[in-house]
Design a protein around this ligand. Sequence first.
Ligand code: DAH
Length: 355
Amino acid sequence: MSSNAGKLLDDINNLKAEIETNIKTAKEESSLEEIRLSALGKKGKLTSILKGLASLSPEEKSEIGKAANELKSYVENELSAKKESFEELYYEKLAKDEWYDVTVFPPRFPEGFLCSKERGRIHPISITQNRLEEIFTSMGFSILDGPQVETDFHNFGALNFTDDHPAREMQDTFYTEQNHLLRTHTSAVQARGLKSLKPPMRIIVPGRVFRYEEVDASHEHTFYQMEGMIIDKEVSVSHLLFLMHTLLDEIFKRKVEIRLRPGYFPFVEPGFELDMRCLVCGGDGCPVCKKTGWVEVLPCGLVHPNVIKTGGLDPEKWQGAAFGLGLNRLVMMEHGIEDIRYFQNTNMSFLTQFN
Ligand code: DAH
């Protein structure tokens, strides 16, 4: 072997030793790619060593070439083994530092882990919603869900709001660029229920709704409702009243006095506003009932024949009753909460009072 060839072989062996040390001492995964490039990359050390090949005989070339290829595959193997060991270390560390055990109470966390050790709590609106769901499912109602980003059809059109209906004004909302809207009420699920279920049917639809509102102590842009609807052969206002009584007595755990007033909603005929005697002042008058002794909690009515028809049923055969419960307001009455904004903020001293 010529001295040139001997030198190239030495260079290759030295490079191998150098790379070996670099890989062994690498501290993080990202430096492995640097090691690979500086050794095997286009501008790397091996490339410059191999520039010396030009002056060699064909036999020497093939011998050095072979050594160079061996180096390449050696380096690739070492790098991938090292990469795996980094991954193993990563998961070992993760298992050591970031575990927590939720099967015991209070949950156990590793030393120094920044996490509240307090038990999670259920939001007051969810507590009341869960109770309402229990009451209604025990009376044979199904719970339906619907999208919060709705079509104009489901939110308005199917509920007998014509395109230029003035009642749309009272429920201004947020529109998307694709002409969808954030639903203004859970009544939007009525048409979905009518289309997808077979009559007779009893449904409730708890959920989040949105309005374009000036936010203050009694108005929020995001709040919760629970829609209820029954469809059957003969449905009357007395069915509706029975449901409303049951609902309020169960929620407040006492006989609640109610009164009906006429109310207008395009999707019911007749439509009512149902008020309950203010529980905060017992009817004497206070800020919650605006000094009237009554609080508006349950708009309701008999489902308009147009709604039944649009839902695909024959209004000559099927009748319905519906109500739209404002969950926030109900929970405010239940607990004497004076400001609706408490529900949406993250004030723990408010949120931790309910369970
Ligand atoms: N969707 C109405 C609103 O949010 C409330 C409502 C009124 C629902 C009458 C009903 C109803 O089902 O019959 O203002």
